[in-house]
Design a protein around this ligand. Structure first.
Ligand code: NAD
Length: 487
């Protein structure tokens, strides 16, 4: 087994196994081979994880914020030092090419740890003068937070949740996706090495049932989920039972709008990044590419040429640009959408099939695919596919394209390519989305808020905005005079 961890779970500072939990395998998506065997957490282990987190949280919250920050920044440094090993593991866990994981996963996780480690000592309240009296507020931690991850960015998701949670004085119990159980365990090891108390960040493995047990646990104060809309509905409802706080990072079907005055090579590059990176398994992808009619043919011609030049193959080869999908099930789903696209009359300009990758015949490959002539009502223009399938739609004018772009239940992201600055800002203002990129796509540095509107989610990750989602305000009113009581 190429990536077998010492045990399935990491609880109270150590690896823990309980073989009575349901067994499941972790596959290398490029070959389909089993690289680790794990067990889902039993109810007993979930209790241990939550109890140790509750204990550690008390100790952790009592530290000076600058000391908490120092631990997180040390963890960031360790992640960077080990970037190559962590990236190779991430590639085994996800199938994403090393070319991506070397720059986008542990590196982004380290940024989050460094950023939130840096601002931990600045999380202040305010003093409110009231004439004779005054009040002050404090931002207090929520307690034990549950993190539940998706499979596309296992290390990044764990860090994007743990870093702000811990910076604010919380503890976390994290459940990775059952498809990608490995990355979060490394974060747990690194945090201990960096000086975090045992129990502060625990990892429990398992399927949806383990996530559900955390989301409904009476000692859990907050649930942060990255996942699909159907799961989001369930987790939000379970959290509501106990009035728990939530952050919901869910799916999308985001529009990317290319006006005729855009730099076409840049726009094509943006559209490819926003559809093919991580084999299209990115929640904020701009999967509805609206191209103004006058430049449509030129756009498509270059897009197809550049798409057909994408190097697919051994994810461990740093020259390779695209890996497989996460699982056989996901590939079935994506190929089903390709079928719908063709049946509903869209033109498949390239891709749509399963490539032959020599030596990797058992992998979950699918070709990067471009559909043109897509109409708004087609299935491939409405559903989140979560694979490398780009839908190109034509448009004529700005008002029309804004209305169509907003005509989706989702509202995660959007993009606009134009050289007209006024138009760029006007469009950014009118798109109903949590984040809009002008002349770029899918850039998510830790300094800026990230999250969705409408069905795409609730709350924001990264930036100072995340602090609001991992603390609550406590108000203290201070009376400085006699009590004026009518009784
Ligand atoms: P998923 O919804 O199937 O699973 C997400 C996680 O929730 C997994 O860990 C799963 O085990 C767990 N889960 C499933 N049922 C649960 C339940 N009833 N209670 C608690 N937990 C439960 O999603 P996925 O297929 O792993 O990931 C793909 C989805 O995630 C896509 O829709 C994608 O857009 C979304 N996503 C969103 C973001 C974002 O930041 N907005 C980022 C990445 C992925």
């Amino acid at each position: 087994m190429r990536a077998q961890p010492p045990a399935s779970h990491f609880i109270d500072g150590a690896y823990v196994e309980d073989a009575s939990g349901e067994a499941f395998a972790c596959l290398y998506p490029a070959t389909g081979e089993v690289i680790a065997q794990l067990h889902a957490a039993t109810p007993g282990l979930i209790e241990r994880a939550v109890a140790s987190a509750a204990r550690a949280q008390q100790e952790w919250a009592a530290l000076a914020p600058v000391e908490r920050g120092r631990v997180l920044r040390r963890a960031a440094r360790l992640m960077r030092l080990r970037n190559r090993a962590l990236s190779e593991l991430e590639t085994l866990d996800t199938g994403k090419p090393l070319q991506e994981t070397l720059v986008a996963d542990a590196a982004s996780g380290a940024d989050a740890l460094e950023f939130f480690g840096g601002i931990a000592p600045t999380i202040n309240g305010e003093a409110i003068p009231l004439g004779r009296d005054f009040a002050y507020t404090r931002r207090v931690p929520l307690g034990v937070c549950a993190g539940i991850g998706a499979w596309n960015y296992p290390t990044q998701i764990a860090c994007w949740k743990a870093a702000p949670a811990l910076a604010c004085g919380n503890a976390m119990v994290f459940k990775p996706s059952e498809n990608t159980p490995l990355g979060a365990l490394k974060l747990a090891e690194i945090l201990i090495e960096a000086g975090a108390p045992a129990g502060l960040f625990n990892v429990v493995q398992g399927m949806g049932a383990v996530g559900a047990a955390l989301a409904g646990h009476e000692r859990v104060a907050k649930v942060s989920l990255t996942g699909s809309v159907p799961t989001g509905r369930k987790v939000y409802a379970a959290a509501a039972e106990g009035m728990r706080h939530v952050t919901m990072e869910l799916g999308g079907k985001s529009p990317l709008i290319v006006f005729e005055d855009a730099d076409l090579e840049d726009a094509i590059g943006g559209a490819m990044l926003g559809n093919f990176y991580s084999t299209g398994q990115v929640c904020s992808n701009g999967t509805r590419v609206f191209v103004q009619r006058a430049v449509r043919d030129a756009f498509l011609e270059r897009l197809v040429a550049r798409t057909e030049a994408i190097r697919i193959g051994d994810p461990m080869d740093e020259n390779v640009q695209m890996g497989p999908l996460i699982s056989a099930q996901q590939r079935r789903k994506v190929l089903e959408y390709v079928k719908h696209g063709k049946a509903e009359g869209a033109r498949c300009l390239t891709g749509g099939g399963v490539p032959k990758v020599q030596g990797f015949e058992g992998g979950f490959w699918v070709e990067p695919t471009v559909f043109a002539g897509v109409r708004d009502e087609m299935t491939i223009a409405r559903d989140e596919i979560f694979g490398p399938v780009m839908a190109v739609l034509d448009f004529d004018d700005e008002d029309e394209v804004i209305a169509r772009a907003n005509g989706s239940e989702f509202g995660l992201a959007g993009g606009v390519f134009t050289r007209d600055l006024a138009r760029a800002h006007r469009v950014a203002d009118r798109l109903r989305a949590g984040i809009v990129w002008i002349n770029g796509y899918n850039l998510t540095p830790v300094e800026i808020p990230f999250g969705g509107t409408k069905m795409s989610g609730v709350g924001r990750e990264n930036s100072r905005a995340a602090i609001e989602h991992y603390t609550e305000v406590k108000t203290v009113h201070v009376g400085l005079g006699p009590v004026e009581s009518p009784y």
